[in-house]
Design a protein around this ligand. Sequence first.
Ligand code: PLP
Length: 456
Amino acid sequence: MSEHDLENHAFGFSTEQVHAGYQYEKGFGARITPLYLSAGFVFDDFEHARARFAGDDPGYVYSRINNPTNAVVEERLATLEGGVGATLTSSGQAAATVGLLGVLKAGDHVLSAPSIYEGTRALFRGNFSRLGIEVEFVDDPNDLEEWRRKVRPSTRLFFGEAIPNPKNDLIDIAGIAALAHEHGSPFAIDSTIPTPYLLKPIELGADIVIHSTSKFLAGHGNSIGGVVVDAGRFDWAAHPDRYPHLHAPIVGGSAETWIDKFGAKANFAFTRAVVAGRFGTSLSPFNAFLIQQGLETLSLRMERHAANALAVARWLEAQPEIASVDYTGLESNPFHRLALQYLPRGQGSVFAATLSGGQEAAKVVYDALTVFSRMTHIGDVRSMVLHPPTTTHSKLSAEERRKAGIHDGLLRFSVGIEDLDDLLEDLSRAFRTLRGENPPPLRRAADRELTAADGL
Ligand SMILES: Cc1ncc(COP(=O)(O)O)c(C=O)c1O
């Protein structure tokens, strides 16, 4: 198939995750985008250098600004999300910083859903507040009237998370996006947990999509990274008073503004060049290479993650020691209907289960698990478990934790792609330990000590 055919054909997700953005590398004909570990790129001559800097020649200049390995991954992620462009960043936190500071300035007000990653909450509290940007949380994100009531003349952005963790308290993405647009604001969403395979926020009206690629996108727990994807649909041109930076000249001495030059891509271009480029949040090409490898199997992994998670959630729900399981794939979950509407391919694999025995019971189960790794990470092929009240959510007050539903007996699970039988066996053993039974330790066959019976 020629390059022309590739450009004009709409492929399915699994084809795009392998091919989108790939540029045939004429040097040695490498089929995988090579790892270009080069800080900068050589200019042929004086005129070539001038043209690269002026943007008249589209080649690469310096890896803080762009890099051929990163460019392929950015194009692939933009394609998978349905955006006009993507900017890789050094972490998911950097993606939130860059994606939001592309829009916001001192004096601006942000309305946010309450259930967000605690690191992002700390970013808002500890840094955005010092920059003069106020982030206000709604109490009930699915009460659109509350969002409407809290809008101020200075509101410039709405924010939320696609599948909040650990409580999985889904938000009405389309409803919030429509409301944001009604008030002349873009809607930015952190879609780390569903990934574009399970959910495409841009199709539902989101304007800026943020991911920690450290999780499911890279998928193998090997690297920290992030990405900001721009939908290219928000009408920045209509709001010179609200987003004046995009209506300002790109360079001194020229009248051409970001809107003039980039039109619908103005926010993408500004965020990439001025915010990511100048804060210097670029991702190492090494990590971009790892993301590329992870993306190639994203759909397969997400299907397996979601199928395993549903089975684990069902198993947990059936245990008498469990008070609640926050997984929207369960029919009993209050967000189940919203999940069927927004997440028909699967409801993700990061959720909470609360033990009625409180912290003591959570501790016993936590310490008894073997296949599940005790870690503060999610979205890895390996299953993982964490006790948020004493770790990720320990900086919240007891009242804040109570309000967020983070009770003392809560454990967060990130279900991996291992064999389901092994995961259930591990959990079953941990619950038997909780019941005071003394189950034999769970060990891989290969780790058994060899005995006479093995022919020694
Ligand atoms: C939903 C979500 N967003 C953002 C982040 C931050 O990503 P990173 O750790 O890559 O900075 C995390 C990390 O756990 C997360 O879970």
